[in-house]
Design a protein around this ligand. Structure first.
Ligand code: ZN
Ligand code: ZN
Length: 403
């Protein structure tokens, strides 16, 4: 019986390999057939290149006093500054004072109805009721000193943009466009990145640490289970090492080892063992090299697509980070960069190398870490063929990881 199973297992592995080759073959056919449709109007469009534009100017808003300002106005103009005369008072939704100088509500009017921008007549400052103003920080473009506009709130970061048409950054980029590109730009401006962009990260390290330990509670106390340690070892071998389902593991335990167990205790055992093992893996003093490699793939958890991220030490062959997420966003990727960096090294190596795929979001992560003085060199292996020296030099490491 054992022999039949081992023969079957070898045969299944062989089948699996052949199937994988077949999928690769199909993949290449699908790609070439999509390339063939070039004449019918579809064409390959390259990704917009990701770039990091340097730090903005941070300006702390000084708290002004509206009484002083009103006095100044009186001395200068020899008359009192009158509150805003409203034709339709109900139109102004904002009921508070000026957040910058404290001027009463009567001095505030709507400067831009669409963007809900308000203007204070006393201090002449505009403001919108968002987080920036509450934090009393103004972000300014380092090229033209104009106020940056908050354009998008993404998970984990906020994007600011300098929309000023006379900004030297924008004008420089505009001048560098070829006439063809310029035509394209006029037609599809979103395909080009000409304006200064700044990403402000909003990362809560405490939250990350808490999340990383997950909600692993032991479902059963392993000291009190009715099976022997040997049986537990067998169950885990089938369920974890061989990746069999809990029901199949239960069937094998019964058919081959004559141990009667249903699928639920198997899942409970695995859960308890993972809760026990996790802190050991997390806190083990690994002797890591200075070369890390990251990759992601997807798996199905209860029929739903989930993303699994790995970071590994390519020289010591140790997986330094492994997490499954239901969503795929920057925050998670950043998190996976942070985790091995912060937890696994007692002291960060001076020349830390991180090898990842071509996803531009890793550049954002790199820029973020640079801003908090965690420096590493980022190497990106792009696509499936070696087009650059980085691809050629570092692809083998990524392949080691995939294996
Ligand atoms: Zn004011
Ligand atoms: Zn600018």
């Amino acid at each position: 019986m054992v022999k039949i199973i081992s023969v079957l297992s070898v045969f299944l592995k062989y089948l699996n390999k052949q199937l994988y080759k077949f999928i690769l073959f199909l993949d290449s056919r699908i790609i070439s057939s999509t390339n063939d449709t070039k004449s019918s109007g579809t064409y390959y469009e390259p990704f917009r290149k990701f770039s990091v534009d340097g730090e903005p100017i941070l300006q702390k808003i000084e708290q002004l006093n509206y009484n002083d300002l009103l006095n100044e106005y009186y001395l200068k103009h020899n008359k009192l500054l009158k509150p805003v005369s409203r034709r339709k008072p109900a139109q102004l939704n904002y009921k508070g004072n000026c957040p910058l100088c404290g001027a009463p509500h009567g001095y505030i009017y709507e400067n831009n109805v669409k963007s809900q921008q308000l203007l204070c007549k006393v201090c002449n400052h505009t403001f919108t009721l968002n987080k920036d103003f509450l934090e009393k920080i103004i972000l300014r473009c380092p090229h033209c000193s104009k106020k940056l506009e908050r354009i998008k709130d993404r998970s984990g970061y906020i994007i600011y943009k300098c929309k000023h048409k006379k900004c030297s950054f924008y004008l420089n980029k505009l001048n560098k466009l070829t006439s063809d590109e310029l035509k394209q730009y006029k037609k599809h401006p979103w395909k080009f990145k000409l304006h200064y962009i700044y990403r402000a990260y909003d990362i809560n390290f405490d939250l990350l640490d808490r999340d990383s330990m997950a909600d692993l509670n032991m479902k059963v106390d392993l000291a009190n289970i009715r099976h022997s340690k040997h049986t537990l070892g067998l169950i885990l071998t089938y369920y974890v090492n061989y990746g069999l389902s809990s029901r199949k593991t239960a069937a094998i335990m019964h058919d081959i080892h004559q141990v009667k167990i249903s699928h639920q205790p198997i899942m409970n055992y695995a859960n308890s063992v993972s809760a026990m093992v996790l802190p050991l893996l997390e806190n083990y003093p690994y002797d890591l090299s200075s070369d890390l490699c990251g990759d992601e793939t997807y798996i199905r958890v209860k029929g739903k697509k989930h993303y699994i991220f790995f970071f590994s030490d390519k020289i010591k062959k140790i997986i330094t980070s492994y997490q499954v997420f239901s969503k795929r966003d920057t925050f998670l990727r950043l998190f996976l960069c942070i985790k091995p960096l912060r937890k696994k090294y007692a002291k960060l190596p001076e020349k830390l190398k991180v090898i990842v795929d071509g996803n531009p979001i890793y550049n954002a992560a790199w820029a973020y870490f640079k801003s908090i003085k965690i420096n590493f060199d980022l190497f990106q292996v792009v696509g499936l063929t070696n087009n650059t020296k980085t691809d050629k030099d570092y692809r083998p490491f990524k392949q080691v990881q995939n294996a």
